[in-house]
Design a protein around this ligand. Sequence first.
Ligand SMILES: [Zn+2]
Length: 260
Amino acid sequence: MKEIAPLTFLLPRDEWQPDARYPRLGATVDRAERTEAILHHTVYAPNVWRSVDEVRAEMHKLQVARPDLGRDVPYNFVAFLMRDGVLVLAEGRGARLQGAHTRGHNRTGIAIAVHGNFERPTDVGRYAQQISRCWGYLRDVEDLANLGSVAPRGRDVFGHRDLAATACPGRYVMEAIDSIRIESYVGAEEAEMRRYAVRVPIGYFEYLSNGVTKHHIRSVTTVARRIDGGLLDDGARTPIILDGTSRDALMALPDAEPIT
Ligand SMILES: [Zn+2]
């Protein structure tokens, strides 16, 4: 997985290893043609997930869930809301290929489907910034420069129901959609990155995720951009040096000392 913003990870298609019996579908679309960001839900439940293994298994299900749309994930990407506030954006057809999600908008639109049934109560607002930065990543890093140039009044992002007679993406995604923007992370917080040295007792850190770019500290979630000088569970044996934002440091690393 690749960290694309705080609490936000990209799982490329080759890392969930699609079933090779079902080839990738969709014609290539010129990047400049992508103008609309469209949110969907998959209507599966539950809405909040625990592990990346679950994400991989669910992506395999989505390869064959809608044979009427072809045997491939019909969305460009699928967002998984994880229990700890992390969002995992799994690549379906990806940024370059046509999807099969919104009649009349499959070339011009990029679809992110949130995996779950969002007619059921869910705190989608907790993930609004993470979703916003997925859209920003697609616009700025995947070079979909015109993404968002066609949008509903006052918003950056469509819900499927803005474009068709459907309940999709569900009531609770729609309740949060005003706060979901196309928001760049690169540049916004990179400029604020500093290097911190952290000395911690053994066991202070709890190792999670890929163990390199993300970790939990007690009950607080934070993000380290890079870790030098040993694994986090080296504890007192090795001073841990990480690059993070001052917000991360103040929130979760009260003893961190900036190194300049
Ligand atoms: Zn939809």
